[in-house]
Write a protein that binds this ligand. Structure first.
Ligand SMILES: [Zn+2]
Ligand SMILES: [Zn+2]
Length: 372
């Protein structure tokens, strides 16, 4: 048994508190990981605010993480103590219909990641009163240490700094992958990215990687439009709603873009993005919508006659097991930026400040780093 400081989510709308939780030893297929860095992704914030419901509290949130394996269960294979790992927020069970085709981002266990227990259905964390504590995404990385199934860990080379590696657990594959694997942006095409936070900025650099000739970044924060240019955007639009659609049509001779990416607030941004898309083009949703929103209005006749496709992309629509090593290789070659994504580093006990900064639009990505 072991203790770990962790940021525990207990109440919707309240700050998360740093507590000591007890960790049981890893099960046969599990590994104990000392977290080195964990990104402050918006998804955890949606949970804290009750916009993405999880099945239980208390729960340790945090899913964009990298660290060092300290201890492994008896039946673990391919992971050893001392290995550096990136944790994946969808486990790859390896045996379901999807995993057998290499489509780990569609793993049948994916819907269980908001439940709280480990992959095997039991718990490894307890609070001071002995109550079971859940782990968001079967990871629970807002903590000094965590225990995850081997299905949630990918061994990486040791030369990649942990703070950069953590981003490749979620934001980078989500955004870069959406451009490469979902929309399959082709050289010379035009792209619109609505919302240039962590995901959106990675869509921008994914589109650049694909050879898009026109990359229009849209955000209501002028600083993010400046950042987007550094990541490859050719144009910046500070507008929303109908004004956004108008601005994009002006920039594309009235045609619209080949691919529009909805990276923030889909209920408000999907229709303007859809209408800024060329006939026959793609609209890709990469952002989470609060589960209280049950429909988005797109006129069906408009969908039919314009022959556009509306699609979702989780994890960049490609297996994290294939994508993560590939993205680290692209970083090494200088083909994608990682360091420039990090605006600020925080200690674990500054996590609420980190999310306040995210909410205020100050951060592209805040990262909690541990120095022990
Ligand atoms: Zn995330
Ligand atoms: Zn599976």
């Amino acid at each position: 048994m072991m203790e770990s400081r962790a940021a525990v989510f207990r109440e919707i709308g309240a700050a998360v508190a740093i507590e000591r939780v007890t960790l049981d030893p890893p099960g046969p297929t599990e590994v104990r990981v000392r977290i080195a860095a964990v990104g402050l992704c918006r998804t955890d914030y949606h949970v804290m605010r009750g916009e993405r419901r999880v099945a239980m509290q208390p729960m340790v949130l945090g899913h964009e993480a990298a660290g060092v394996v300290e201890h492994i269960g008896d039946a673990v294979s391919g992971i050893n103590a001392g290995d550096h790992v990136i944790l994946t927020f969808i486990p790859a069970c390896g045996t379901c219909h999807w995993c057998r085709q290499g489509l780990h981002h569609l793993c049948a266990e994916g819907p269980r990641i908001t439940q709280g227990p480990q992959l095997d259905g039991t718990y490894r964390r307890r609070d001071r009163d002995g109550h079971a504590v859940g782990a968001f995404c079967m990871i629970g990385a807002f903590a000094e240490r965590t225990i995850v199934d081997q299905a949630s860990a990918i061994v990486i080379d040791k030369d990649i700094p942990f703070d950069l590696a953590s981003l490749v657990a979620c934001g980078v594959p989500a955004g870069v992958g959406a451009a490469r694997h979902r929309a399959r942006v082709q050289p010379g095409e035009s792209v619109l990215v609505v919302g240039c936070g962590g995901d959106g900025m990675n869509v921008v650099q994914g589109a650049r990687l694909c050879g898009a000739s026109q990359i229009i970044a849209a955000d209501i924060a002028p600083a993010k439009l400046d950042w987007a240019r550094e990541f490859g955007a050719t144009h910046g639009v500070n507008a929303q709603g109908e004004a956004l659609t108008r601005a994009v049509l002006e920039l594309t001779s009235g045609i619209g873009v080949n691919h529009a990416f909805v990276c923030i607030d889909p209920p408000a941004t999907l229709l303007p993005a859809f209408r800024a898309t060329a006939k026959g083009g793609n609209v890709v949703v990469t952002a989470l919508t609060p589960d209280t929103v049950t429909e988005i209005k797109i006129p069906p006749l408009e969908l039919f006659v314009t022959q556009k496709a509306i699609m979702g992309a989780v994890y960049g629509f490609a297996s994290p097991r294939l994508q993560i090593p590939e993205l680290l290789g692209l970083y090494r070659k200088g083909a994608i930026k990682l360091r420039e994504l990090i605006t600020r580093r925080y200690r674990l006990d500054e996590i609420n400040q980190g999310y306040a900064d995210l909410d205020a639009g100050k951060n592209l990505r805040g990262v909690v780093v541990f120095d022990d």
